[in-house]
Design a protein around this ligand. Structure first.
Ligand code: FCB
Length: 455
C-alpha cells in the first residue's frame, strides 16, 4: 500500500472506474442531483434511454468489487468521488453519509492491500452548480476547490495520490459545445471558458492539496495523437491539436495559452475570463499527468455537409475536420492502434518532464456475440489482444525514456457508458443487468496472470 506514486523501477498496474458509471444509489444517503441525472432524463440523450440511477450498484456492492480488484492482483484502484454525494448543493452543506461511503470504500481497498487513487471530478457536477451556469462560471472553479478540501480532510490520511479532473476536454467541449455529454449545451466558443475554469479549478484545488501536504496531485487528460491523412489537413490539425492538447499542457507547463490556440479560441484572450495570476497558479501545479488513451485520430478536411457533426462542434473555432477511422475497430468504432499510446507517452513526458500514469486504456467489444467458454466465462480474446498490445506499447515508451509509473485498465466492470448507455461494454468483468451478478471475463484472468508474471 502506498501514499505515493509507484516507483519508476517497474510498471505498476491498476483498475479504474468512475462514480456515476458504477455507483447507482442516485438518491440515497442525501446525494444531490448531478448534471448526468438531469441530462440522461432528457429523451434522446442516451442511446438506450438508460441512466446511472442503478448502474452496477457498486454503492452497495463495493466490498465485492474490492474483492474483484484484489483478485486481479493489481496494486491500485482508481475510483472517482461523486461531488453531489459530498456537497449535495455543490457548496456549503456537507453530507456526512456521502463521505462515509468513500471512507468505507478506501478501508475496503486497504484491507485487501490495494492502494486507492481518487479522482475528484469525473463529470458528475452537482446540478445546483449547473443551475448557476456550471463550468462557464468562475464560481464553479472556486466551489471545486472547496469540495477538494472537504474530501481531502476526510480521506487524506489514507489516500495520497489524487487526480483533480478526468478528461476536462470532454467536460468542456462535449458538455458545452457539442452537447453530447451533460449538461448538453451547445454554446460554441463559450466552451473555451469552461476549459479555463476547469483548469483554474484544478489549480486552486492543487494548491490546497499541496498546502495540506499532498505531494502527488495529477490530472487525467485524454490527449490525442493527431495523424493528418493528407498534407492539406496539416494546417487544420493545428487548431484541433490546440483545443484538445495544448489548451491543457500550455498552462500546466508554461503558464500560458499559445498564440496558435488564441487564434482558434479568442475567448481565452479575454482578461475578464483569464485573470491575472490564473495561469501562474496552474503552471507547475501537476506532479504527474494521467493519460487516458483509446485511439489515434486521422484528421482530413471535413466535407462542408458535415458541419453539424459533433466532431466539428467539439472543436469550436477550428477549421472543420473529420476523422478517418481505419480497421481494426472496437465495438464503439474506435481504431485499434497501440502505436498511438507509445507516441503520446513519449511526447508527453518530453513536453512535461513529469511522471506519467496511463490512467485509462481498454476496449469495448460486443462480448455477447462471442462464444462463451465451458464455465460460462466470456472468452474475450479481442479484448485480451487489445490490452496485451497496449501494455507492450507502454513498456516500449518506458524503454524509450518516458517515465510511466502505472498502467490502469479501463475498466473493472461493464457499466453505464455515458451517451452509449449500457450498449458498450469495456469491463474485464461482466455485470448482469438483471441481477448484478459479476462474472470475470477471460481478459480478467489474462490480466491477473500478466500482473502476477510482471511482479
Ligand atoms: C473515457 C472516460 C471513461 C469511459 C471511457 C470509455 O473517455 O473517461 O469514463 O467512458 O472513456
Amino acid at each position: 500500500m502506498s501514499l505515493h506514486l509507484p516507483h519508476r523501477s517497474a510498471l505498476a498496474y491498476g483498475a479504474a472506474t468512475a462514480s456515476y458509471q458504477i455507483e447507482g444509489a442516485s438518491t440515497e444517503d442525501g446525494r444531490g442531483a448531478s448534471i448526468w441525472d438531469t441530462f440522461a432524463a432528457r429523451p434522446g440523450t442516451v442511446r438506450d434511454g438508460s441512466d446511472g440511477s442503478v448502474a452496477c450498484d457498486s454503492y452497495h456492492r463495493y466490498e465485492e468489487d474490492a474483492d474483484l480488484v484484489a483478485g486481479l492482483g493489481v496494486g491500485w484502484y482508481r475510483f472517482s468521488i461523486a461531488w453531489p454525494r459530498v456537497l449535495p448543493e455543490g457548496t456549503g452543506r456537507v453530507e456526512a453519509r456521502g463521505l462515509d461511503y468513500y471512507d468505507r470504500l478506501v478501508d475496503a481497498l486497504l484491507a485487501r492491500g490495494v492502494s486507492p487513487t481518487a479522482t475528484l471530478y469525473h463529470w458528475d457536477l452537482p446540478q445546483a452548480l449547473e443551475d448557476r451556469g456550471g463550468w462557464l462560471e468562475r464560481s464553479t472553479a472556486e466551489a471545486f476547490a472547496e469540495y477538494a478540501i472537504v474530501v481531502h480532510e476526510r480521506l487524506g490520511d489514507r489516500v495520497g495520490v489524487w487526480a483533480t479532473h478526468n478528461e476536462p476536454w470532454c467536460a468542456a467541449y462535449l458538455g458545452y459545445a457539442a452537447g453530447i455529454h451533460a449538461p448538453g449545451r451547445r454554446e460554441g466558443g463559450a466552451a473555451h471558458r469552461a476549459a479555463h475554469h476547469l483548469l483554474l479549478g484544478h489549480g486552486l484545488a492543487a494548491a490546497h492539496l499541496h498546502e495540506a501536504g499532498v505531494s502527488d496531485v495529477g490530472i487525467a487528460l485524454n490527449l490525442a495523437p493527431f495523424w493528418p491523412e493528407s498534407p492539406d489537413a496539416v494546417a487544420a490539425t493545428d487548431g484541433i491539436d490546440a483545443i484538445r492538447n495544448r489548451v491543457w499542457l500550455g498552462p500546466l507547463v508554461d503558464g500560458a495559452y499559445d498564440a496558435g490556440l488564441l487564434v482558434v479560441a479568442p475567448e481565452l484572450a479575454d482578461p475578464a475570463v483569464v485573470r491575472d495570476g490564473d495561469l501562474e497558479l496552474v503552471r507547475g501545479s501537476a506532479d504527474w499527468i494521467g493519460i487516458n488513451y483509446y485511439t489515434p485520430f486521422r484528421p482530413t478536411l471535413a466535407d462542408p455537409a458535415l458541419e453539424t457533426h459533433p466532431e466539428v462542434d467539439a472543436y469550436p473555432g477550428a477549421t472543420p475536420v473529420s476523422f478517418v477511422v481505419r480497421e481494426p475497430r472496437t465495438d464503439i468504432g474506435w481504431e485499434v492502434e497501440a502505436r498511438g499510446l507509445e507516441e503520446l507517452l513519449v511526447d508527453t513526458h518530453r513536453r512535461t518532464g513529469l511522471p506519467l500514469v496511463v490512467t485509462e486504456n481498454g476496449a469495448a467489444y460486443a462480448d455477447d456475440t462471442l462464444q462463451e467458454g465451458a464455465a460460462g466465462v466470456i472468452d474475450d480474446q479481442d479484448r485480451i489482444g487489445y490490452l496485451r498490445d497496449h501494455i507492450a506499447a507502454t513498456e516500449r515508451a518506458r524503454a524509450a525514456g518516458a517515465d510511466v509509473r502505472a498502467y490502469i485498465v479501463w475498466t473493472l466492470l461493464d457499466n453505464f457508458e455515458w451517451a452509449e448507455g449500457f450498449t458498450k461494454t469495456f469491463g474485464v468483468v461482466h455485470v448482469d443487468p438483471k441481477d448484478q451478478t459479476r462474472t470475470p471475463k477471460a481478459s480478467y484472468h489474462w490480466l491477473a496472470e500478466h500482473v502476477a508474471g510482471a511482479r
